[in-house]
Design a protein around this ligand. Structure first.
Ligand SMILES: [Zn+2]
Length: 257
């Protein structure tokens, strides 16, 4: 029987409940309802930089009574570390979400180095959106080997590569295996890339690197409870110990929940 806490470590919310494509309900209430439905104990919300919602996320998490935590959004083109530092002092923020595709910057952009240094010192995690699809940023800026360079330059920095860096899942596996400070999150990809190598490689990663794989849904792109059911089916052959790592314990450790 699975008793460790279940954590969905990749969620988004919007204050008005509207999602960018107009198709999903991204309200806090709907997210919490779906967490209840799926039996999800804790959640980590990834800040959306275009909405400048750090203040809203802080209030939402503080009101959740220890159930919700957040990653502050940061834009290296328009912000300095001191702009987000007050949020990171609050204990509901566990690190920073970076979205290089949206901001059209390389993860190796020097403007990010003060953030990486401060995060390494303070134990904040950095979650990178890493997904090989961009009309502006050259997509090799999002390859796992880029994060391998950052991991080696900042060995104390906790790095989470979202979406297992699809389509480079096996490359991400080797980067996470090579660097003690690199983790992968498997949000968004399970249904979208079914019947492709992505799923085979994800399952391989779950079997051989369960201590580095973090479960998350990417709500509202996926429903919290539905994606959890899909992941449970995919990972059904794993030992209970591996499932506990993936579905909760890794997130608790990395994000310090
Ligand atoms: Zn996301």
């Amino acid at each position: 029987m699975y008793n460790a806490p279940v954590v969905d470590a990749h969620l988004h919310v919007t204050e008005d409940g509207r999602w960018f494509n107009g198709k999903y309900d991204s309200s806090l209430a709907t997210m919490l309802e779906q967490m209840d439905k799926g039996g999800v104990d804790k959640g980590v919300i990834m800040g959306l930089v275009q909405l400048e919602q750090n203040g809203y996320l802080q209030r939402a998490c503080e009101e959740s009574g220890g159930r919700l935590f957040a990653m502050a959004s940061f834009d290296p083109a328009s912000q300095k570390l001191q702009d987000i530092a007050p949020y990171l002092d609050s204990n509901v923020f566990k690190g920073v979400k970076l979205h290089p595709r949206r901001g059209n910057y390389s993860p190796l952009d020097e403007r990010l180095f003060p953030l990486y240094e401060a995060a390494a010192q303070n134990g904040w995690a950095i979650n990178f959106d890493a997904f090989g699809h961009s009309v502006r940023l050259p997509i090799d800026e999002l390859r796992p080997t880029v994060f391998d360079r950052i991991a080696k330059k900042y060995p104390e920095l906790k790095i989470v590569i979202s979406h297992c860096a699809t389509p480079w899942v096996m490359e991400a596996f080797f980067v996470a295996k090579s660097n003690a400070n690199v983790y992968l999150d498997c949000s968004f990809i399970i249904d979208r890339y079914r019947n492709s190598s992505v799923l085979i490689d994800l399952l391989f990663t779950a079997r051989h690197l369960d201590g580095k794989l973090i479960y998350g849904s990417d709500f509202p792109e996926e429903q919290v409870h539905r994606y959890l059911s899909l992941a449970r089916v995919e990972f059904k052959e794993l030992t209970e110990e591996k499932k506990q790592n993936i579905f909760g314990l890794n997130a608790i450790k990395v994000y310090n929940l």
